[in-house]
Design a protein around this ligand. Structure first.
Ligand code: 13P
Length: 258
C-alpha cells in the first residue's frame, strides 16, 4: 500500500448472522477496536445482511465504534415493483457508506452481468456512497492464461467513461474466484501483480485517478496472510469473508502492519 491512499479492511458477512448474532459480533468487534488504536489511515467497513443493517448501525453509532456501515448489494432503481429488492436510496438513509457490487457470488448465482453491475454503481454513486466493485477470474481462466484480460475487462466495464474524480473515489476489490472460501489465498506476488494490472488499466481511461483509487485483495485472507499481502504496494486493504465473522481475527487483520 501507498501511505497516502490508506487501507480499507471490509468485512463481508455474506448470508451469515441473524440480527441477534450480528449485534453480538459488532459489540465484540467494538470492544476490541476501542481497546486499542488503529494504524494511521486505516478504515474498517462492515457489511452485514440487510436484515441486520439497522441493528449494526444503531450499535455503531451509539457505542462510537470506529467502523463504516456497508452493504453487500443493492438494486439500480430507487424504488418500484422489484419484489425482494433493496435500493441504494434505502441504504443511504441508513448511513451506509460502502456498497459491495459485482461480487462473484452474485455474478455466478444471480446472473449479474457487467452491465447490471455498472447500473448498480450508478445508483450507489447517485446516493453519495462508495461502491466496492469486485473483479476476479475463475481457476480455468487463470490456468488458460486469461486472468488479466478478464479482470481488465471487468474494470473497464465498471468504470470507463466516468469522470476522473468519480473513478478516483471508487474501491476495486480483486477477488480471484478460486481463492474465495477455499483457504487458498493468492500468493502475495500474484495478488500484487493483479492489483498493479488493475491500477494500470484504470490509467488507460482515467490517468489521474490511478494514484488515488484503492484496490483491495479478497480471497481467504487471514491474520496469518494479511501482513505479507499488505506489503504489496498496489494492495490497499482487504475484502474479508470467513475471517470477518470472528471479531478477534478481523481485528488482527485490521491491525496488520503495512
Ligand atoms: P473468504 O475470505 O471467505 O474467502 O471470502 C472472500 C470474499 O468473497 C469476500 O467478499
Amino acid at each position: 500500500m501507498l501511505a497516502e491512499r490508506g487501507v480499507l479492511v471490509s468485512g463481508n458477512w455474506k448470508m451469515n448472522e441473524n440480527h441477534f448474532e450480528a449485534l453480538k459480533l459488532v459489540q465484540e468487534l467494538g470492544a476490541l477496536l476501542l481497546a486499542g488504536t488503529l494504524p494511521p489511515g486505516r478504515e474498517v467497513s462492515l457489511h452485514p445482511p440487510f436484515t441486520s443493517l439497522r441493528t449494526v448501525q444503531t450499535a455503531v453509532e451509539s457505542d462510537h465504534i470506529p467502523v463504516a456501515l456497508g452493504a453487500q448489494n443493492c438494486h439500480w432503481e430507487d424504488r418500484g415493483a422489484y419484489t425482494g429488492e433493496v435500493s441504494a436510496e434505502m441504504l443511504a438513509k441508513l448511513n451506509v457508506r460502502y456498497v459491495i457490487t459485482g461480487h462473484s457470488e452474485r455474478r455466478q448465482y444471480f446472473g449479474e452481468t457487467d452491465e447490471v453491475v455498472a447500473r448498480k454503481i450508478d445508483a450507489i454513486l447517485r446516493h453519495g456512497m462508495v461502491p466496492i466493485v469486485c473483479v476476479g477470474e475463475t481457476l480455468a481462466e487463470r490456468e488458460a492464461g486469461d486472468a488479466e484480460t478478464k479482470v481488465r475487462g471487468q474494470v473497464r466495464a465498471a468504470l470507463e467513461g466516468r469522470p476522473t474524480e468519480v473513478v478516483a473515489s471508487v474501491v476495486l476489490a480483486y477477488e480471484p474466484i478460486w481463492a474465495i472460501g477455499t483457504g487458498r489465498t493468492a500468493t502475495p506476488a500474484d495478488a500484487q501483480e493483479m492489483c498493479a494490472a488493475i491500477r494500470s488499466e484504470v490509467g488507460h481511461f482515467a490517468p489521474s485517478a490511478t494514484a488515488a483509487i484503492r484496490v483491495q485483495y479478497g480471497g481467504s485472507v487471514t491474520p496469518e496472510t494479511a501482513e505479507e499481502l499488505l506489503a504489496g504496494e498496489d494492495i490497499d486493504g482487504f475484502l474479508v469473508g470467513g475471517a470477518s465473522l470472528d471479531a478477534q481475527r478481523l481485528v488482527s487483520i485490521v491491525r496488520a502492519r503495512a
